[in-house]
Design a protein around this ligand. Structure first.
Ligand code: AMP
Length: 283
């Protein structure tokens, strides 16, 4: 695996493949890799001849009181896993390289509306930071295809909308959420949980499962499903930001005849913010 920290080096590494018309896939990550990330790499290998992975903890997607400084950085272990997974190029960058003029006043990509609801309402500016850095990574790598996890469902939709609106010639693929045996969605932030919190954490998944089962069993009163989810989380000691049933393709409030929904939740367990979601097909 070739490893580059510079934009120029990364571009040079990919140039011959691109000139030969060979397909390149990109998997953007913030590192601290787990089995969920490796599923994205596997999917990327299925659809492209060459796979590039980026590791960058992007400062502009963290709020001032969020965990940017504390976010786990495990580059050596990540490199070993990516080499083993057959990745061709690792672009592991720094804030100076990605934001050469600093983050203040830097150009940004905004996907309004979609970025302002759900997680966006609780993390102002987060999805603008995401869209901006993903656009930048797309410009650096110029992949034919990019692979994202459904774990970050709202992020996936923001990226799809950006690609559509800005006519980026990139296919966006998604991979279902990879879970721990008890159902907890794998996440780098799970490492923040105490042993006692970790035992309770899968209740987030269970609450989403219950909502899914209710709706797929015929319940149409989504407000009561949402209220049920919130009270279940609170009873288990979570502090929920939201528990919401939405239309799958744009996260709007569901209409009675929508066939594809998603139930999404974000909740704090101690000082850790967990998110998860499940696809729902009303009966
Ligand atoms: P992150 O490193 O958290 O920015 O995530 C990088 C990519 O991996 C994103 O597309 C995430 O949606 C995806 N991802 C993170 N956790 C999981 C998971 N448990 N299952 C599937 N994809 C995931």
């Amino acid at each position: 695996m070739l490893k580059h920290s510079s934009i120029a080096g990364t571009r040079a590494a990919l140039l011959d493949w691109r000139r030969r018309g060979e397909r390149i896939a990109l998997v953007p990550t913030m590192g601290n890799l787990h089995a969920g990330h490796l599923h994205l790499v596997e999917r990327a290998r299925q659809v492209a001849q060459h796979v590039a992975v980026s590791i960058f903890v992007n400062p502009t997607q963290f709020g001032p009181n969020e965990d940017y400084a504390a976010y786990p950085r495990t580059l050596e272990a990540d490199e070993a896993r990516l080499t083993e997974a057959g990745v061709d190029v690792l672009f592991a960058s720094t804030a100076d390289e990605m934001y050469p003029g600093g983050t203040e006043g830097s150009a940004r990509v905004e996907v309004p509306r979609l970025s302002d609801i759900l997680c966006g309402a609780f993390r102002p500016g987060h999805f603008t930071g995401v869209a901006t850095v993903v656009a930048k990574l797309f410009n650096i790598v110029q992949p034919d295809v990019a692979v994202f996890g459904e774990k970050d469902y709202q992020q996936l939709l923001v990226v799809r909308r950006m690609v559509l609106d800005l006519a980026m010639p990139i296919e966006v693929l998604s991979v279902p959420t990879v879970r721990e045996p008890d159902g907890l969605a794998m996440s780098s932030r799970n490492g923040y949980l105490s042993a006692e919190e970790r035992r309770r954490a899968s209740l987030l998944y269970q609450a989403l499962r219950e909502a899914k089962v209710r709706i797929e069993g015929g319940v149409r009163d989504y407000a009561s499903v949402e209220a049920g989810g919130l009270s279940r989380l609170r009873a288990a000691g979570f502090r929920p930001d939201y528990f919401s049933v939405r239309r799958a393709n744009d996260l709007a409030a569901p209409a009675p005849d929508d066939a594809e929904l998603v139930v999404l939740a974000a909740a704090w367990l101690g000082s850790t913010r967990l998110i998860d979601n499940l696809p729902v097909r009303p009966a």
